[in-house]
Ligand binder design. Structure first.
Ligand code: DX5
Ligand code: ZN
Length: 225
């Protein structure tokens, strides 16, 4: 079966004074997904954006909005993000009091649930909840800030997770998040990721179209792997 690769610019690195235009620019340049990083100054030491901003951007694009919750507690924000138009909602299992019920809560609000796995976190959570989720966000930086360097030790976890997904027979997306740039995206694809979050790797460049084209070119050899 032919693979599909999806590019998900993280708006954390966008120019917030013209956020709508930034989103339109990356989507019209060929990106697929808007990655929306929610940080609470508690689960991670940074504070970003919430449901109000999600609601504001929802009408300006048809793209999927991939809400990455780096918050604790998790559950009380889910209804608000669902109402604000989130498509995927991923959360960190360590931040949830009851992982299965958080997943169920996301589904009950007609959103698509996923788990985000930190670099030091083992794959037990993936193993245990794989049959209940639709997307795994493998963190390749410690969550909290954009612009950090890719942690190469995570590549082996990608390979292992890809194998688990194939064994399950389910079509779970495998997203990589942190330090992804045009010059490492091809290599990362060869380890099994199929959704690529990139914040500074896109919004930190001069020409989004050129950057996303270069990413597609570097992904192309891995499409038939
Ligand atoms: C990190 C966030 C990432 C990050 C990606 O906590 O979850 O989505 O913003 O940004 P870059 O691509 O700059 O590492
Ligand atoms: Zn993220």
């Amino acid at each position: 079966m032919k693979k599909t690769f999806r590019i998900a610019p993280s708006i954390l690195s966008a120019n917030f004074s013209k956020l709508g235009q930034e989103i339109n620019d990356v989507i019209s340049s060929g990106a697929d997904i808007v990655h929306f990083d929610v940080m609470d100054n508690h689960y991670v030491p940074n504070l970003t954006i919430g449901p109000l901003v999600c609601e504001a951007i929802r009408p300006i694009t048809d793209a999927i909005i991939d809400v990455h919750l780096m918050v604790q507690p998790v559950d009380r924000l889910i209804a608000d993000f669902a109402k604000a138009g989130a498509t995927y909602i991923t959360f960190h299992p360590e931040a949830s009091e009851d992982i299965a019920s958080t997943i169920e809560l996301i589904r009950s609000h007609d959103c698509i649930p996923g788990l985000a796995i930190n670099p030091p976190t083992p794959l037990n959570y993936v193993e245990e909840y794989l049959d209940q989720i639709e997307i795994i966000t493998m963190m390749s930086v410690n969550p909290g800030f954009g612009g950090q360097s890719f942690i190469p030790e995570v590549l082996d976890k990608l390979t292992e997770t890809r194998a688990m997904i194939e064994n399950s027979g389910r079509k779970v997306l495998l997203e990589i998040d942190g330090g992804v740039k045009a010059n490492n995206i091809g290599d990362i694809a060869s380890y099994g990721a199929d959704v690529f979050v990139s914040g500074s790797g896109i919004f930190g460049t001069e020409n989004y179209q050129e950057t996303i084209d270069e990413m597609r070119q570097n992904l192309a050899p891995h499409l038939n792997q």
